[in-house]
Design a protein around this ligand. Structure first.
Ligand code: IPD
Ligand code: CA
Ligand code: CA
Length: 259
């Protein structure tokens, strides 16, 4: 199955690449920060059509409305274009993210970095790869030597879950903090050992389904903000190399439990 997922992610990526820098039909979703273009929709329709033809009975949950109930054990969780704000503004950092769950467990995931032509992939128990080369998380144990990454949800003005307080505290103790604009790619960079940790609030299943498995298979750890196991529907995520996880949890905990 993984070869099929890589193939379809790359083909959807080609649709996205061909649309980059062209005339976009931009619509707003919940507010003027939350965009969708005709390319997001085209990519999702293409992926959904492929799944229905090749894997009839598999369910689909897609960001742009794809919702097919499974009549088998499998459901595909699809972000057809992760990083739409970058895409719409001409920043060449965006991806296609496809995760597959079997009875609610992440069993396969592919994230395709469209402009760098890099396909990150993982199957449960089989390790994590970038263009078929094995990848693993960093070995760094010190917050002061950590490069972290985060993103801001479209409702950041409401500061959900003290997101800005957490940002302020972490940016003070880490070596550096980045904001790439594609949560799926943020997670690939943790899996690859480029970043030591990633956290964000108010993400959706399609943002994290593939990334969670890729990080797990690369030797990393993902929990909610209390250190508990989480599923793709959780609205708080902390993914790290495992070594700085508890240190990040301590800082996050201070921000979320203070008055
Ligand atoms: C967004 C990106 C971004 C994150 C946002 C997401 P989208 O996804 O992953 O990095 O900070 O919270 O919603 O809307 O471009 O698919
Ligand atoms: Ca997304
Ligand atoms: Ca998206």
């Amino acid at each position: 199955m993984i070869e099929d997922i890589i193939k379809i992610a790359k083909e959807a990526g080609e649709i996205v690449r061909n649309g980059f820098g062209k005339n976009l039909e931009i619509e707003f979703k919940t507010n003027e920060s939350n965009l969708v273009t005709q390319i997001d929709k085209k990519s999702e329709a293409f992926i959904t059509d492929f799944i229905q033809k090749k894997f009839p009975g598999h369910g689909v949950l897609g960001e742009e409305g794809a919702s097919i109930k499974a009549t088998s054990d499998y459901t595909w969780v699809v972000d057809p274009l992760d990083g739409t704000t970058n895409f719409a503004h001409g920043v060449p950092i965006f991806s296609v993210s496809i995760g597959v769950q079997k009875n609610g467990e992440n069993v396969a995931g592919v994230i395709y970095d469209v402009m760098r032509d890099e396909a990150y992939s993982a199957e449960l128990g089989g390790g994590a790869f970038c263009n078929n080369k094995k990848i693993s998380v960093s070995q760094n144990e010190m917050m002061q030597r950590s490069l972290l990454v985060t993103g801001f949800p479209y409702d950041i003005a409401d500061n959900p879950n003290n997101a800005l307080d957490i940002f302020v505290q972490l940016v003070k103790v880490a070596r550096g903090m980045r904001r790439l604009g594609s949560a799926a790619l943020d997670m690939c960079y943790v899996a690859k050992g480029v970043f030591d940790g990633f956290w964000e609030v108010h993400l959706h299943p399609w943002d994290i389904c593939a990334g969670m498995l890729i990080i797990k298979e690369a030797g990393g750890r993902t929990t909610d903000f209390k250190g508990a196991k989480m599923d793709i529907f959780n609205r708080q995520i902390l993914s790290t190399n495992g070594k700085i996880h508890n240190q990040m949890l301590d800082i996050i905990d201070k921000c979320t439990t203070k008055k």
